[in-house]
Design a protein around this ligand. Structure first.
Ligand SMILES: N[C@@H](CCC(=O)N[C@@H](CS)C(=O)NCC(=O)O)C(=O)O
Length: 241
């Protein structure tokens, strides 16, 4: 296909994780027709040759529109709003002042909050290495970044400009799993109000079971709690021996 996008032939490659959730919300909010292909990261499907041809980084999510591929959650969200959101429901007109505010918060999330909270989750429960330093550093950084969000959301309903945009969707997808790290959202009242508002949106509710088999926040929190318990036992055993 050599014509310019959009091609109206969307296939979304995803799994039930925060990065996977971001474009799913955009697809649902825009009411788009798309196929879902589950890439089971617990079975390392994301490292298979066929998927690396779509995302050379071997991570979900990725999108195809006809034979055009887009990878990285931020790029996919922008692709969708650039090509399928002509009424600017989830973004502002390209080049406008608010558009750059969206880009700023979006990049802040994909380069800051996402990786830091991801590392926090890792040191919190997914390693039996003696990781007190890692936990303090990354949970501490996640809290600092939540404070940054709070500084905006305590005075404004939305991150960029005056409406709900892909910038809110990106951060919401991580904030909703804060309980995994035993972070109480009540600590940040602005974030708490904002997250509840987003959570109540019908399109967002619909995404909770996409792709099929996606775990709820409560299930993920319980799973991580038991992983943490096992990691603690192994760590303590190592210390004792
Ligand atoms: N910067 C990437 C991060 C993607 C990412 O970390 N995906 C995780 C799931 S949330 C993944 O595929 N993990 C499996 C792996 O690392 O092999 C994005 O925003 O899309």
């Amino acid at each position: 296909m050599s014509t310019s996008p959009p091609h109206n032939d969307l296939t979304y490659f995803t799994f039930g994780t925060p990065n996977g959730l971001k474009p799913t919300i955009v697809l649902e909010e825009l009411g788009l027709q798309y196929k879902v292909k589950t890439v089971d990261i617990t079975k390392n499907t994301q490292k298979e040759e066929w998927f690396l041809a779509i995302n050379p980084n071997g991570r979900i999510p990725a999108l195809k529109d006809g034979d055009l591929r887009v990878f990285e959650s931020g790029a996919i969200m922008l692709y969708l709003t650039d090509n399928y959101d002509k009424d600017h429901k989830l973004n502002y007109p390209h080049g406008s002042r608010d558009y750059y505010e969206v880009l700023s918060w979006l990049n802040w999330q994909v380069a800051g909050l996402g990786p830091m909270q991801g590392q926090a989750n890792h040191f919190w429960a997914m390693t039996d290495a003696d990781s007190e330093y890692g936990i303090n550093r990354y949970v501490g950084e996640t809290k600092r970044l939540f404070d940054v969000l709070e500084s905006r959301l305590s005075k404004n309903d939305w991150l960029a400009g005056t409406k709900y945009t892909i910038a809110d969707i990106a951060s919401y997808s991580y904030v909703r799993v804060a309980p995994v790290l035993a972070l109480e959202l009540d600590t940040w009242p602005g974030i708490n109000r904002w997250a509840k508002r987003i959570n109540e949106r019908p399109a967002v509710q619909k995404t909770q079971t996409i792709p099929e088999g996606t775990k709820s926040v409560e299930e993920i929190t319980e799973m991580v709690r038991s992983m943490r318990e096992k990691a603690d036992v192994t760590r303590d055993g190592k210390r004792d021996s």
